[in-house]
Design a protein around this ligand. Structure first.
Ligand SMILES: Cc1cc2nc3c(=O)[nH]c(=O)nc-3n(C[C@H](O)[C@H](O)[C@H](O)COP(=O)(O)OP(=O)(O)OC[C@H]3O[C@@H](n4cnc5c(N)ncnc54)[C@H](O)[C@@H]3O)c2cc1C
Length: 601
């Protein structure tokens, strides 16, 4: 195990020197907090992650959940972690005080989620899922539902889940068939099957509360007919006892990575005795879920960035310690070997990982900050933040997830042969991170969300604000010494993005939606690189400011390291938009024209 899984110095640089998170305390919602309070929370989080989650990182992977006698048995640490997450207020970190939450900004909550994910992604998801499910109940549920379920969920006693997916309805949720039959007492009988449900049952919690999508009998077809229900594993009788609610775990899936957390197949209402409770209004289920989607998708990005961070620090530590070969300039075999970090190609691999991890985190915290301004702000500023959050969400989900896979792969590469073996953790990080481009909407679905919905929304208003936000950074950066031509390079990239977007809109008009969206994933790839370049320009401006103030040697190395990574991103990563841009401007639509039968033989 490496000594470090994330950099507290970097996290605080992003929070306070780049994003000025401390200014959030001027809003009434966060007025009870201060920068000191934020720091205390982050320090306590780092300690808990280091003491409780990090030590069982490998052990949870090697001892995955087992289905025995109808129950999912998980690693004993899960119970301890859930208890700590409840007792320490971690599940309710972002919840309003009226629900016994800490009412902290999303940006601080996201920083904590990043730390927990970096320490042990599998162990972190139990509490994250519970927070997401409880948030849905307090946002849309009745007082009775809130009173019955939320306190035990926030206390870490009851697990929460998101139960959407069915065998025929993964990306296409309009096709779900789980049904809800109204009963005279206002409850519903639920019947159906769900698959891949994370933490759908386990021995680390006393009960499991599913936030489940189902269709009320006779509901309109498609997405308009979907409703949201609370469906507990154990329901409460009139006398206050907990009894089985006719939900059976029919299998757990054996997965590539992220093995410390179970994903379950659930059979619901086989004996016609599963009771569900409607959340909010009938037929509004998908709308409610989508209101929470921004949060859930940003959390996926955070999980990926956390895993990539831990993989980067493992590679960095190894690169400093592993002697191999000599500098090209001094090949004398009598000389001792040098640590591999001395080789330019190894530095390139480390820079790539650092650029991905710190660029992703900057984007994720920026998105969380917009969520805070949307939540606590007022008027025009609030509307602006809301639209920026909308357009950035598919990017904040996808860039860290897709690049996290490449980044952990480069971590393995730094280890050479050892990276491929279980002796070092790099191979586990690589396996663990692979889920992120898949769950909470695949990369393909995110691409279509960006190009098909977000670019067009409100007459292109979100896209205009996005361009404006980046151009404001460019204007500021041009005033700084030492950023050289980099702001102009980003301006050119923005012009390319505008040109490509205009071209695609003309394709939509002349050739229809299929040709328009055929390469939406490539558009998202290009958009992601430009967005992270923007975040690196912001970081460079903050680092230059940091250098101007007299600092310790350690600080100077930190800021100079930031500037090297910023330049790396502009010199090595930003040019990667040229391939997708060229492709997106092309008139050929191969993937639309080619038919399934052309793949035969
Ligand atoms: C480890 C893990 C944890 C999970 N946790 C949960 C959970 O807690 N709750 C839950 O409800 N679900 C969960 N899921 C399910 C997950 O959200 C789905 O697997 C995901 O949404 C994709 O659905 P699918 O597997 O049915 O793939 P499909 O929808 O069949 O997609 C297969 C491929 O086809 C592409 N595709 C599909 N439709 C289109 C289209 N219209 N246009 C272009 N391309 C398309 C996709 O991008 C993908 O590449 C989990 C899955 C895993 C593996």
């Amino acid at each position: 195990m490496a000594d470090k899984f994330f950099s507290e110095r970097n996290l605080k640089f992003l929070l306070y020197e780049v994003l000025n998170t401390q200014h959030l305390t001027k809003f009434e919602t966060f007025a009870n907090h201060s920068r000191q309070m934020f720091d205390m929370v982050i320090d306590a989080c780092a300690k808990l992650a280091g003491d409780l989650l990090w030590p069982c990182f490998e052990e949870m992977d090697k001892n995955p959940p087992e289905l025995k006698d109808g129950r999912v048995h998980v690693h004993p640490s899960v119970k301890k972690i859930m208890k700590e997450a409840g007792d320490g207020g971690w599940i309710g970190l972002r919840f309003p005080e009226e629900h016994n939450g800490e009412q902290l900004p999303a940006v601080i909550g996201s920083a904590c989620e990043f730390i927990f994910s970096a320490a042990n992604y599998s162990a972190s998801v139990y509490a994250h899922l519970t927070a997401g499910a409880a948030h849905l109940i307090i946002s849309f549920g009745s007082r009775e539902l809130i009173g019955t379920y939320v306190p035990n969920m926030l206390a870490g006693k009851w697990q929460g889940t998101m139960a959407l997916t069915e065998p025929q309805a993964g990306s296409s949720l309009s096709d779900i068939t789980t049904t809800a039959i109204p009963q005279n007492d206002g409850t519903y009988k639920i019947k159906g099957q769900k698959i891949f449900i994370s933490a759908g049952d386990h021995t680390g919690a006393d009960n499991v509360i599913h936030l489940m999508l189902a269709k009320i009998e006779g509901a309109p077809p498609g997405v308009k007919g979907i409703s949201l229900f609370v469906v507990p594993r154990l329901r409460i009788t009139d006398s206050g006892q907990l009894v089985g609610n006719d939900i059976t775990v029919t299998q757990i899936y054996h997965k590539l990575g992220y093995r410390g957390a179970p994903i379950t197949e659930l059979s619901i209402g086989e004996k016609d005795d599963c009771i569900g409770f409607l959340v909010g209004e009938p037929h509004q289920g998908l709308r409610y879920m989508f209101r929470m989607m921004n949060e859930a998708r940003i959390n996926v990005g955070i999980g990926a960035a956390g895993i990539a961070s831990a993989a980067y620090y493992a590679a960095l530590e190894y690169a400093k310690a592993r002697p191999q070969g000599r500098k090209i300039t001094s090949k004398d075999p009598a000389l001792p070997q040098v640590p591999i970090i001395e080789h330019a190609d190894v530095k390139r691999m480390l820079l790539f990982q650092r650029a991905v991890v710190e660029g992703s985190m900057s984007l994720l915290l920026q998105s969380a900050l917009y969520a805070d301004l949307d939540n606590a702000g007022e008027g025009e500023g609030r509307e602006r933040a809301s639209l920026l959050l909308e357009i950035l969400t598919p990017v904040a989900k996808t860039y860290p997830s897709e690049m996290g896979v490449l980044s952990t792969s480069q971590s393995i590469q730094c280890f050479g042969g050892y990276g491929y073996c279980e002796d070092f953790p790099a191979e586990q990080y690589y396996r663990d991170v692979r889920i992120h481009p898949i769950h909470e909407g695949t990369t393909g679905i995110q691409g279509m969300d960006l190009l098909g919905r977000k670019i067009m929304m409100k007459n292109g208003q979100a896209f205009k604000l996005y361009l404006d936000e980046i151009r404001q950074t460019i204007v500021q950066a041009k005033k700084l010494p030492d950023t050289a031509a980099y702001p102009e390079i980003l301006e050119n990239a923005l012009r390319t993005l505008e040109k490509v977007t205009q071209h695609l809109i003309s394709v939509a008009q002349s050739k229809g939606p299929e040709a328009y969206l055929a390469d939406a994933t490539l558009y998202l790839e290009m958009f992601g690189i430009i967005t992270v370049a923007w975040q690196w320009l912001k970081q460079a401006a903050a680092a230059l400011k940091g250098l101007q103030n007299k600092k310790s040697k350690k600080d100077i190395h930190f800021y100079e390291g930031k500037l090297f990574t910023f330049k790396y991103f502009f010199e090595y990563e930003l040019p990667k938009i040229e391939g997708p841009a060229k492709r997106l401007m092309s008139e050929a639509h191969l993937t639309v024209e080619m038919q399934a039968e052309h793949f035969n033989d």
